[in-house]
Write a protein that binds this ligand. Structure first.
Ligand code: SF4
Ligand code: SF4
Length: 371
């Protein structure tokens, strides 16, 4: 395993981090997977309240009772739920209790979507104040943030010098969108953890389409995507959700070779990554957090639209919608994309800043052409 300094914190962390958002139903097996990952050299473990039906922190708590090696734990406070310093304090105490640890090594102000939310966090008596107080008292080592902002906004936050690290969505598909933030972190010696290295499952789902990112026949498309992140200057840790021993092995194997991407491969990736690929929906489902006034399941329509971007064929969009109908995700009486009233609620929540309203309109036109 390769270890890297996490910014200027003095901590050496494994280049592959364990994301605790993909555990199955069996908590005992999940805890075994955590311990196995630690035995294989992973020492950065990331969780959050609400992951896996709110079981994730408890699973780590089970595993931490009997870990084979040293480790660091990262968890979070959700800005939209804990709005005051007192509420953040309550969240920290609950996380410590659930995980059975004396301190949280990396505590995230979770999911800053835009600069307005950043200002709310930093307001007097707000979440940041609560986190810093906990740090003074030794309950937290480092206060960091996670974000879906643009690279430029991430630069602004980093240059305020209030956080010691950042967790951001970054992968081979969308990396130009946040590159500026990674660069700012590199300049300021701030740790960077990347989440979503597999594009919300898009890369494994369309592994044939993305096979061009592989450097040779020996690596899988998933491994190539992890290696892409791990080889970027400025990136400290690549988080990967792991639900099984096999996934731990595949992830550890991905970084067992030198983390170098040849210039030729890098150029090929850049040339294949059209502006369109950079704007794929990752099915993160944040857009559904607040209710759509028209009850549209917009994430399914956005995923269907992905097919147009990936395959350039309207028939693929229709086939994807058929697939949702067959497996029950879309029902006959569900709202159609044309029922969108363009209120903008979902676009404000979209982690990829996608033009959802315009795409819904295009999907409806594709459906109409078929009729
Ligand atoms: S913009 Fe359209 S799809 Fe999005 S929340 Fe508003 S009505 Fe629903
Ligand atoms: S439309 Fe945006 S917020 Fe919704 S699932 Fe896709 S990427 Fe996520």
């Amino acid at each position: 395993m390769i270890y890297r300094p996490y910014g200027s914190t003095g901590k050496q962390v494994s280049v592959i981090g364990f994301g605790g958002m993909r555990f199955g139903k069996d908590d005992d097996y999940a805890a075994e997977v955590v311990r196995y990952a630690n035995a294989r050299g992973i020492n950065y473990f990331d969780t959050a309240p609400f992951y896996c039906d709110d079981r994730s922190e408890g699973i780590f708590g089970k595993a931490f009772k009997n870990m084979p090696g040293d480790f660091f734990v990262s968890t979070k406070s959700l800005i939209r739920k804990e709005k005051t310093a007192m509420e953040v304090r309550g969240r920290i105490e609950l996380s410590l209790e659930r995980m059975g640890v004396e301190k949280i090594n990396f505590f995230h102000m979770w999911c800053i979507m835009d600069m307005e939310q950043y200002r709310q966090i930093m307001a007097p008596g707000g979440p940041y104040e609560g986190a810093m107080k906990a740090k003074e008292e030794g309950l937290v080592d480092h206060v960091v943030f996670s974000t879906h902002c643009t690279g430029e906004d991430i630069r602004t936050i980093i240059e305020d010098d209030v956080f010691e690290g950042v967790l951001l969505g970054y992968n081979v598909i969308n990396h130009p969108f946040r590159q500026e933030g990674v660069q700012a972190a590199l300049e300021r010696n701030v740790g960077v953890v990347t989440m979503n290295p597999l594009g919300g499952g898009l890369i494994p789902r369309y592994r044939d389409h993305f096979s061009f990112i592989r450097q040779d026949e020996e690596e899988t498309t998933v491994q190539a995507a992890l290696r892409f992140n791990a080889s970027q200057p400025g990136i400290t840790v690549v988080l990967s959700g792991m639900g099984s021993i096999e996934e731990v092995d595949e992830n550890v194997e991905a970084v067992s070779r030198p983390l170098v991407i040849s210039d030729a491969k890098r150029q090929e990736i850049e040339s294949r990554l059209t502006e369109k690929l950079d704007t794929l929906c990752t099915n993160c489902q944040y857009c559904r957090e607040k209710k759509c006034p028209s009850n549209i399941k917009m994430n399914h329509f956005m995923e269907a639209y992905n097919m147009l971007l990936l395959m350039g064929d309207e028939q693929e969009v229709l086939q994807q919608l058929d697939y949702y109908r067959q497996n029950g995700d879309l029902k006959a009486d569900d709202a159609m994309p044309g029922e969108c009233i363009a209120c903008g609620v979902c676009e404000a929540l979209c982690t990829q800043k996608l033009p959802i309203i315009q795409r819904l309109d295009e999907v409806q036109k594709i459906i109409n052409r078929q009729a």
